[in-house]
Design a protein around this ligand. Structure first.
Ligand SMILES: Cc1ncc(COP(=O)(O)O)c(C=O)c1O
Length: 396
């Protein structure tokens, strides 16, 4: 009954674990969550107010498929103010979230068999979305020892070996690793890409505001005009403004690609929710919650220290976003109780949920089978309690 296409992909592993943890909690169990990829802060009041006002004022009808002129103009102002990049409103396509934007991109640029270079560890949805668009994901491995960042040489070798590469995905700050490419490292990657002018660059910058000093955010679209023209920027309201449930994101790209993606939306989802877009304008024109960002930076230091003390784990310090990504293969092969041997990250995550009531996401879905992802969108007190529970159920 089902299509060959739908059978190519897996359900999102992060959402699967979260569903399990939620079900345990609903059954009265006291689960500590390191699994959710969303800030534990509420959407700021002024954004909610703008949305409520829009609802009251009857802003409840279809909008242009690519988003309201007001929001697209606010996005252009933001890109100019914060990113020093000039875009016109017809280069912007507002979508139902960064994930939806990425879906639009792959559907609009890939022909069957086209390859997309994805540095691993990667965010779970990239490969599956490429597969859904009849493309072929090609991975470059970036180990913990190299700070989870690919090198220019690795990129050059990959591009040489894959003449069908249509695009590369760059995600900095990264989910799941928390790595942030320094501007100089990104410039070196751009130098390699200069030799491959037909390769598009998909720059997923949904965590752009979550960068811890002295690390710095920089976009490959800033390299030069030619790079801006071949880069597709992916942004989201979800993380910066704690608006995950609102489902609002956008792309900034060439006009040609923007109108292709608007056409796709016009035949699929139509516009993102009208009153959510009104909230989006207030978000972009208002202040950013720097307290939240400071809190994540603090927690990043705390969790790294806590994880360092877990036997069999090694962990480098997150540079941005809100994820720690320890290597945990020191536990592989170990009998953790009479009947349970841990042979993979998935085994370990399942054991921690069962024995310690701690939810973490195993690395397999991120292309990193020796790692676990800890989201620290949870209070310091609960982080300490969670790591304590882990220490209690693992052998010393
Ligand atoms: C790297 C990355 N890109 C894109 C997204 C999509 O975010 P949303 O669809 O909520 O805008 C996420 C969400 O977790 C992410 O971590």
């Amino acid at each position: 009954m089902l299509s060959e296409r739908i059978n190519r992909i897996q359900p999102s592993p992060t959402l699967t674990i979260s569903a399990k943890a939620k079900a345990m909690r609903a059954a009265g169990e006291d689960v500590i969550s390191f699994d959710v990829g969303e800030p534990d802060f509420d959407t700021p009041e002024h954004i909610k107010e703008a949305c409520i006002r829009a609802l009251r004022d009857g802003d409840t009808k279809y909008t242009a498929a690519a988003g309201t002129p007001q929001l697209r103009e606010a996005i252009c102002r933001k890109l100019k103010r914060e990113n020093k990049l000039e875009y016109a409103p017809d280069q912007i396509v507002v979508s139902c979230g960064g994930k939806h934007s990425l879906y639009n991109i792959f559907q609009s640029i890939l022909n069957p068999g086209d390859e997309v270079i994805i540095p691993a560890p990667y965010w779970v949805s990239y490969p599956d979305q490429v597969l859904l668009a009849d493309g072929v994901p090609v991975f470059i491995q970036a180990s913990q020892e190299q700070g989870f960042k690919i090198t220019p040489q690795q990129l050059a070798d990959c591009l040489k070996a894959h003449p069908r590469a249509k695009a590369i995905v760059i995600n900095s700050p990264s989910n799941p690793t928390g790595a942030v490419y320094p501007p100089a490292a990104l410039r070196e990657l751009c130098q390699v890409l200069e030799n491959y002018p037909n390769v598009l660059i998909i720059s997923d910058e949904v965590y752009e505001h979550m960068v811890y000093a002295p690390n710095q955010q920089w976009s490959v679209a800033s390299y030069n005009e030619e790079f801006q023209a071949r880069t597709i920027l992916v942004h989201s309201f979800s993380k910066t403004y704690s608006m995950t449930g609102w489902r609002l994101g956008w792309t900034s790209s060439s006009k040609e690609l923007a109108s292709a993606m608007a056409k796709l939306q016009s035949q699929s989802t139509s516009n993102p929710t009208s009153f959510a877009q009104a909230g989006g304008v207030a978000a972009l024109d208002g202040p950013i919650n720097t307290d939240m960002l400071g809190e994540f930076e603090h927690r990043g230091k705390v969790i790294r220290e806590l994880l360092k003390d877990v036997p069999g784990f090694t962990c480098i310090r997150p540079e941005g976003a809100f994820y720690a990504f320890p290597k945990v293969d020191g536990i592989f092969g170990v009998m953790v109780d009479r009947n349970t041997q841990i042979n993979s990250a998935s085994d370990l995550a399942a054991y921690l949920l069962r024995a310690a009531k701690v939810a973490v996401v195993p690395g397999e879905g991120f292309g990193a089978p020796a790692h676990l992802r800890f989201s620290y969108a949870t209070s310091e007190h609960l982080m300490k309690e969670g790591i304590n529970r882990i220490l209690q159920v693992l052998p010393e």
